[in-house]
Design a protein around this ligand. Sequence first.
Ligand SMILES: Cc1cc2nc3c(=O)[nH]c(=O)nc-3n(C[C@H](O)[C@H](O)[C@H](O)COP(=O)(O)OP(=O)(O)OC[C@H]3O[C@@H](n4cnc5c(N)ncnc54)[C@H](O)[C@@H]3O)c2cc1C
Length: 497
Amino acid sequence: MTKTDVVVIGAGAAGIGAAITLAEASKNVILLEKGNRYGGAGMFGAQGLFAVNSQQQQASNSSLTLAQAYQEMMTYTHYRSNAPLTKAILSKSANTIDWLADHGLATELVNNTQEVHQDRPRVYHQYIDKFAGFERLMQHFLDHGGILKTETAAKSLKYDGQQVTGVVVEHDGHETLINCQAVIVADGGYIGNPEMVKQYLDIDAKNLFSMGERKATGDGISMLADLGADTKSLGTFENHAASVVSDSDPKWHNDTIFTLTNLPLLWVNAAGKRFVDEGIVYDFALWGNATYQAGGYYYFVIDQHLIDQLKTSALPLTHSFERTFTTLAHQEVTHHVGPFTEIDADLAQAVEKGAAFKGNTLAELSAQLHVSAGQLTATVARYNDLVQRGHDEDFYKAGAFMNYPVQQGPFYAIKARSTSLGTIGGIETNEKLEALKPNAHPIKGAFVAGNNASGMYDTSYPTIEGISCAFAWNSGRIAGESASHLIETGTQNYYEA
Ligand SMILES: Cc1cc2nc3c(=O)[nH]c(=O)nc-3n(C[C@H](O)[C@H](O)[C@H](O)COP(=O)(O)OP(=O)(O)OC[C@H]3O[C@@H](n4cnc5c(N)ncnc54)[C@H](O)[C@@H]3O)c2cc1C
């Protein structure tokens, strides 16, 4: 049996932020990490985070104010998010940029990484030397007396009826108890748990491709639910773009096929109908939401004429991820795709992998997709008519994307599926990141952060770039301060202390 002041569960951005805050406040803290390395999605996946009013933004004369950022978040979420929590996160965001830099993880303010956000104030602070930066953060934690235990998973919480008293952990097949006065549960949500995904997310799991942390299996959420925490908002996940995947070969990827589905050409849903202005492809959150709304997938439809054109020429279209890749690499966007000299072979491979379908006629293609031949034929005829007129009366897609009719067989349909970076609906919380019961009272000694905490979002991921990592770092830091307050005062009642 071990004793400490606070146990932090999960060494992602949220957990690291919390653990350093506690260690710097001279609290004894043990940071648990299930895997053999720390960092989580905020290190292996993310490239940066949102902030408003950072020194870099001030130096670049950014016009975005805290009030505007707050209002944008609240409006986007239809005031279904938690206003005090939102305010607390945004208010701390500028300081967190300095805090990260002071602790070894510097960032630079870059252009927004998505095509449609170019004329908006810059908010994305890109990590510099990310992996070394995370190492420096961890070293800082250890230098301040913190203890990191990797390959050690939290299994359950101990509670004496008044307050959390300990965490049962498993290491090397053995369970032990760590006694503590507080726990910060920051183990990343539950996208890695197929059963929970099936239970809580309103999407057929076979249509959901996860890029999120596989070790985030909902352990902490389940532990807090066992103590009576409020789980009413678990059903939210980070819809992000759409992906082409093969069921038979999960590791399969083809750059050309990926690029095609990142273009605003003809998309049809499971009924063979157009369902959106395909220009939505330039906003990852809204593109993800449109895919989700279509039932979790759609088909990108292309004809042989355009395929032949792509073999020898580039098209004056922007690959939606090109902006991201080039911004992060400090290169210029080309606004061109192709030529794809191997496109025939690429498409044949996609068909073989079950990621695309081919028909010599639209009727043949519709049979492959299990959609009505009449509907698909009518959709394509209508689309070609709109292209000829250069004006999308149905969904108002920009004229520049209305230049490519679908007329000459064979025809191909590439399946694009809903994609998630993680779950973002967790335990109900407040601006102090206390884990709450359904009556909004805190479970004493229990705090949540990052993807385990609800309240920042409505039903989906906002369009503000980098907000997810910003939430992880800032909520972690605030949870660390709250737990520190509990250790110092013995109370979570902030008005009495
Ligand atoms: C590919 C990708 C790209 C992204 N890009 C961006 C971006 O550019 N900007 C942005 O804002 N957001 C981005 N995100 C989202 C963002 O990274 C996450 O929302 C954020 O990092 C979540 O942090 P977290 O600490 O809550 O969880 P995680 O990073 O998932 O960390 C949780 C940690 O807990 C550990 N753990 C799990 N169970 C246990 C247990 N029982 N005991 C102990 N440890 C446990 C896990 O192993 C993991 O290390 C991206 C996500 C992905 C997947």
